[in-house]
Design a protein. Structure first.
Length: 117
């Protein structure tokens, strides 16, 4: 999922077409939004690639834990997009942005469950 998401959406992270991604960078984060977008894209692609390439335990379980931690780490950006009413990726209403938040715990659970023994 990370690799597919990363390969489909991430090319925009590495070009000048980053505005949609920057809408997810919270204004209160003390880093340049561009650095947050590029850095999180690199991590997302790296985690996805590692999960596809790693099948032996306990390394796969550790990767699942890292992927879950990544989903938790980006959650404040999703919250910021909601409370700051920032449109991006078709999330142009508070209802859509709020519904997206409900999927985040499922991603955390998926990352942990898919990498169990």
């Amino acid at each position: 999922m990370l690799l597919i998401s990363g390969s489909e959406r991430n090319p925009g992270r590495f070009t000048k077409a980053r505005k949609e991604f920057q809408a997810q960078a919270p204004t209160w984060v003390p880093f340049d939004p561009d650095a947050v977008v590029v850095g999180s894209g690199i991590v997302e692609i790296g985690l996805g690639t590692a999960l596809v390439a790693t099948w032996k335990q306990p390394a796969r379980r550790r990767l699942g834990t890292l992927a879950a931690a990544f989903f938790v780490a980006v959650f404040p950006g999703n919250i910021a997009q909601l409370v700051e009413h920032r449109d991006a990726f078709g999330l142009d209403t508070d209802r859509k942005r709020a519904l997206r938040l409900l999927g985040q715990p499922a991603l955390v659970a998926w990352a942990l469950a898919a990498t169990r023994k």
